[in-house]
Write a protein that binds this ligand. Structure first.
Ligand code: ATP
Length: 303
């Protein structure tokens, strides 16, 4: 009895916390608002003088007078030091939070007038290259992107994402269970599942949160190929962790201290020899050190 009592008390406390979250009211409505008709949707995004603090940390201004224009169909990459606010920009575009001042617009319409369900379900596709995979079949893991998608739509998305081939090589194909009790998938395969997931929505605007971990060059090529294919013709906001992948972006913005410190193309920013140039050199140095360390390790291992 005494043993069980401890468990009972812990269960009660955990349960109470759970219901506290379930019963919370969202300050941002989940549905309702304007929907832009599909034939008029262009996908032009603009942040104008946005200032933002997280509600839980009111003393820290994360974005201050942040402005950026993403023309329809173009790719804008955000890079910059860790903690500079890159992911926050993406969270604001998905309207997980409202801005404190300034505005975010989609095709000239303020985000807070638009229907959040439509915005998240039909307009924005979020590709997180380090996705959570659920302990279920590959089919269901991809379908998670749009629960009402048919099997053939899932397969179509997987093909575009360069994922169909490796999925078919699994023992049960699309019905193979992944995760702890199933087959393990490699980093590159995970990334392609993430791309297929996002593609199911046929999004107008893609937010691409890059993977932090590097892949070997062969899988990197396959993933990049899939990304190039799916981002073509769409508006893309890349949250870049590695600078090597964003050289072809139409616009690169360096985010530091909550605002755009530098903006331009890879070529113009390199020429400018400012923050972007520093970041490139820093990353090269880190890569060289890493290479040296692994080389030394190998030597020690064999010696
Ligand atoms: N949910 C949150 N609540 C409170 N503060 C947060 C939250 N998320 C991020 N922050 C803070 O906001 C600042 C900007 O964080 P953000 O994640 O946007 O930066 P980042 O440029 O994406 O960094 P990284 O490259 O490391 O991912 C950081 O100081 C961070 O601690």
């Amino acid at each position: 009895m005494s043993l069980l009592f401890g468990q009972f008390v812990r269960g009660m406390a955990a349960g109470a916390r759970l219901f506290e979250y379930i019963n919370m009211e969202s300050s941002i409505p989940l549905v309702g608002g304007v929907v832009i008709p599909e034939d008029q949707l262009q996908g032009e995004v603009e942040f104008r003088n946005v200032s933002f603090t997280y509600p839980t940390r009111p003393q820290q201004l994360v974005l201050e007078n942040f402005s950026i224009h993403i023309p329809a169909g173009k790719m804008v990459a955000l890079c910059g030091p860790s903690g500079g606010g890159k992911s926050t920009v993406a969270a604001l575009l998905e309207r997980f939070y409202d801005v404190d001042s300034g505005s975010i617009t989609l095709d000239g319409k303020n985000l807070d007038q638009l229907d959040p369900k439509w915005l998240r379900g039909h307009v924005l596709g979020f590709i997180n290259q380090e996705p959570v995979l659920f302990a279920t079949t590959v089919m269901e893991n991809i379908r998670y992107g749009r629960p009402d998608a048919t099997d053939s739509e899932v397969v179509e998305a997987a093909k575009l994402a360069n994922a169909d081939e490796f999925i078919c090589s699994f023992p049960n194909g699309y019905n193979t269970v992944v995760g702890e009790r199933g087959v393990t998938v490699s980093g590159g395969q995970k990334q392609r599942i993430a791309i297929a997931r996002a593609l199911l929505k046929n999004p107008t605007v893609i937010i691409l949160d890059e993977a932090t971990s590097a892949l070997d060059s062969e899988s990197e090529k396959v993933v990049q190929e899939a990304l190039d294919r799916v981002t073509k013709g769409r508006t893309v906001l890349v949250i870049a962790h590695r600078l090597s992948t964003i050289q072809n972006a139409d616009i690169i913005a360096v985010l530091a201290g909550g605002l755009v410190a530098e903006v331009g193309t890879h070529k113009s920013l390199k020429k400018h020899r400012g923050l972007y140039w520093d970041l490139i050199r820093q990353q090269q140095l880190e890569e060289e050190v890493q290479e040296l360390v692994s080389h030394e390790r190998e030597k020690a291992h064999h010696g």
